[in-house]
Design a protein around this ligand. Structure first.
Ligand code: SF4
Length: 137
């Protein structure tokens, strides 16, 4: 079983209330081969919500209005890991560049569209727990 970002599977769970469905991911879920999860909503954040980015040093996640949402992001990562374990997922396909789901490159915390090396809070936790991660748009 694979765990996937819910927004790639057609859920309207992005910060702007929209989805970014990826045909191959939707097909995986339909065939029962993947389970969708949205870490930010599992962490208790609403939808739509104010967008957030990890700070440059990676220690915090701040919403664009300055609110510290680190705890919600951590909780969402833990709940996503719980789901992945429950379903025996060894692999994750996540949404690129997200402060939760991104892997390898994420926005730099300045809300100006600049990318830096690094991963989202959930991608990081999954990797630390032996789950391989790839990203898609
Ligand atoms: S990128 Fe991750 S946290 Fe953001 S909406 Fe998609 S599933 Fe949710």
């Amino acid at each position: 079983m694979i765990i996937v970002s819910a927004c790639l599977a057609g859920y309207r769970c992005r910060y702007d209330g929209k989805t970014v469905p990826n045909e191959a991911i939707v097909a995986l879920v339909k065939r029962g081969e993947a389970i969708p999860a949205c870490p930010e909503m599992l962490g208790g954040l609403p939808c739509p919500r104010i967008p957030s980015e990890r700070t440059a040093d990676g220690t915090k996640v701040l919403a664009k209005d300055g609110r510290d949402v680190t705890e919600a992001f951590q909780r969402g990562a833990e709940e996503t890991l719980r789901l992945a374990r429950l379903y025996g997922c060894g692999h994750a396909i996540l949404k690129a560049r997200s402060p939760s789901c991104g892997y390898g490159k994420i926005y730099d915390g300045s809300f100006s569209g600049i990318l830096r090396e690094g991963s989202g809070v959930t991608a990081e936790l999954l990797l630390e727990n032996g789950i391989t991660v790839e990203v898609k748009d």
